[in-house]
Design a protein around this ligand. Structure first.
Ligand code: NAD
Ligand code: DAU
Length: 341
């Protein structure tokens, strides 16, 4: 495979994947198709080789734009494009349905029409709902779908469409389902970069509910390496759960960040809980480990160290991300201004 069509490649995980691909495949060519929504960021593409990577601004739900950008001879479509934030889907679901569901179907149709060899859907463990706080329960590839937020429901619908395209039309598809990513260039609406950037500025960290919800954290490059392996070695029609066996309660994440920065734990503020807040995510990645030979390279400690260092060294990136429309969103979501003590 040499010619890739990547959607959402100006976002957090997509841009990390583009970087990995260009490094790992010196002769590859990447079309990066991204609508550049609030979450798409040209700063994320700084320094990439322009001869092998072309950004095309476009909407995955717009059939004509997708077909115009999709070159014949494309080996694989990797679909990262999505509205990705649960809290925003609770405020309004419209864009989630358009991008995440309709957009996926448009891409599947385009893949068939243009003879693309493989379609990889980047999905999420949230399609499987919430686990009890019982350490022995894990999400496997056979767990039942039980999406609880409009975001999760839209990603579940997208997965069903991918399955249907494989079953009905024989399209070669692979689905990867991952948990909570963290690392460089994550938009600060998500908990970890929000907590980190707030703490760096001595601003409070808003913790929903009792702060005891559990997430299964993975360093973004480990997720991207798994996607690349699934693309190369995954079975047609298969689903792979990707997780680093790294569960932490939200309060522990906040405390770890504060301790690493040398900031007081009194910056933690308990705020109103998220509606329908999933209690625990925990992924069993055995299939990816045995079939793809994948293992995470980063530990929680090394991943956090790298992430904190990146945010400390890239204050301009954070300032830009926290400006403009982010301030309006923050006020609406938290009832306080960005920067308020
Ligand atoms: P992100 O919000 O940082 O980036 C999304 C990208 O998609 C942005 O560049 C945005 O401009 C683009 N986009 C949005 N709507 C579009 C449209 N209509 N047409 C074209 N491009 C559009 O998201 P992320 O955190 O990088 O997540 C990427 C993918 O991985 C998503 O599909 C998400 O569901 C999935 N995922 C994310 C996580 C996580 O922890 N962040 C975990 C598992 C799976
Ligand atoms: O599990 C994979 C999913 O992880 C991805 O599919 C989503 O795209 C991604 O956003 C993420 O979803 P979460 O809802 O788990 O991530 P978020 O960063 O929004 O929240 C992580 C946890 O922190 C969650 O329990 C809610 C809590 N939280 C979040 C925010 C934004 C807070 O306590 N305070 C906050 O301000």
């Amino acid at each position: 495979m040499n010619r890739f069509f990547i959607t959402g490649g100006a976002g957090f995980i997509g841009s990390a994947f583009v970087r990995l691909l260009l490094e790992e495949r010196p002769s590859c060519n990447v079309t990066n198709f991204d609508a550049l929504t609030y979450a798409g960021n040209m700063d994320n593409l700084e320094g990439l080789d322009k001869t092998r990577h072309q950004l095309v601004q476009g909407d995955v739900a717009a059939r004509d734009s997708v077909l115009a950008a999709l070159e014949s001879g494309t080996d694989a479509i990797i679909n990262f494009a999505a509205e990705s934030h649960v809290d925003r889907s609770i405020l309004s679901a419209d864009e989630f349905l358009r991008t995440n569901i309709l957009g996926t179907q448009v891409l599947l149709d385009a893949a068939r029409e243009c003879g693309v060899r493989r379609f990889l859907q980047v999905s999420t463990d949230e399609v499987l709902g919430s686990l009890p706080e019982d350490e022995t329960a894990y999400f496997t590839e056979n767990s039942a779908f039980a999406p609880n937020s409009p975001y999760a429901a839209s990603k579940a619908a997208a997965e069903h469409l991918v399955r249907a395209a494989h079953h009905t039309f024989g399209l070669d598809t692979v689905v990867t389902r991952c948990g909570n990513n963290y690392g460089p260039r994550q938009f600060p609406e998500k908990f970890l970069p929000l907590a980190l950037s707030n703490a760096m500025n001595d601003e409070p960290i808003p913790l929903y509910g009792d702060g005891q919800n559990v997430r299964d954290w993975i360093y973004v490059m480990d997720h991207c390496r798994a996607i690349l392996l699934a693309l190369r070695q995954g079975h047609a029609g298969a689903v792979y759960n990707i997780g680093a066996r790294n569960e932490h309660r939200n309060i522990e994440v906040a405390e770890s960040l504060l301790d690493a920065l040398g900031k007081p734990r009194s910056l933690i503020r308990f705020v109103k809980d998220r509606l329908g807040h999933d209690r625990r995510y925990a992924i069993d990645p055995s299939r990816a480990e045995s079939e793809l030979g994948w293992r995470p390279l980063e530990t929680w400690e090394s991943g956090l160290r790298k992430t904190i260092a990146w945010y400390q060294e890239n204050s301009r990136w954070i300032e830009r991300a926290r400006s403009g429309a982010y301030r309006d969103y923050y006020k609406q979501q938290y009832g306080t201004e960005v920067g308020a003590a």
